[in-house]
Design a protein around this ligand. Sequence first.
Ligand code: NAP
Length: 285
Amino acid sequence: MQKMGFLGLGIMGLPMARNLMRTGCELRVWNRTPGKCEPLATAGAVVCDDPAEVCAASDITFAMLADPKAARAVFTGAVAGLGRGHDYVDMSTVDPGTSRELAAAAAKQEARFLEAPVSGSQKPAMDGTLVIMAAGDRSLYEDAAGALDAMGKKAVFLGEVGNAARMKLVVNMIMGGMMTAFGEGLALAGRGGLDREVLLEVLAAGALANPMFAVKGPAVLRGEFVPAFPLKHMQKDLRLALQTGDELAQPLPTAAAANAAFIAARQAGLGDLDFSAVCRIFTGS
Ligand code: NAP
């Protein structure tokens, strides 16, 4: 029986770990706030006292953490448990530099490392239909295939560490820009006396139709922002995408404007709501 570990049981990590358990593996888990381990403990997972204990007892440990700071902090606590046959897959959304640092530290322990950030929110995480972008050790990617298959509907291997982090940031930069454009559109429609429900219908019927507007649109109109993807994490992704653009001398003026709107939303106290709450910056409701 494969022995697997999972660190970070937030909105995404908990359902991903649950799907991992469905492969029939023995699962060990750890989360900074221990109470979040309870649903998995009830389902048969072993709760560990620290990340190193998880890694030392697992063939492969997966991590799903908030941001680069959290990914680094947890990895630092995990690294003593890594070694030959005790490998690490970081699925958090971080910048390429952070990923490379973790990969180098894992290599010092003779452990294999894979970065594997995901596209798709809470519902795809629950349904096991995430899109997984992986890069790093190819043999670990192959050995983790069953686990990745349980968590996602598609996985792509992108070569050297940093490429998957970069791909993920590109995807979320586009998503952040789409959401701010959507918010501005809703605001302008409302300001001009148009029925915003009809705007949603028109968007859904044409070339701009997409699942994000279809799912988030009605909730935005109702003023409901239950966090599937917390706004603070979206702003982190825009910040990291802009940082990457800066490093590569790639101008990203639209992403910079979107980032400013998300910062304003954080300043307005909306950081823990769903990222669609950025629309409130424009609609005021
Ligand atoms: P979340 O619900 O906020 O969970 C964050 C996790 O990180 C929690 O387990 C939290 O522990 C842990 N954490 C935060 N700071 C920490 C620290 N300093 N030390 C140790 N642990 C720390 O976020 P999420 O939505 O699951 O997102 C997780 C990652 O997936 C992020 O990188 C996000 O950008 C990415 N992502 C999210 C979505 C989405 O739709 N939600 C989609 C794709 C990718 P506590 O429980 O103790 O706070």
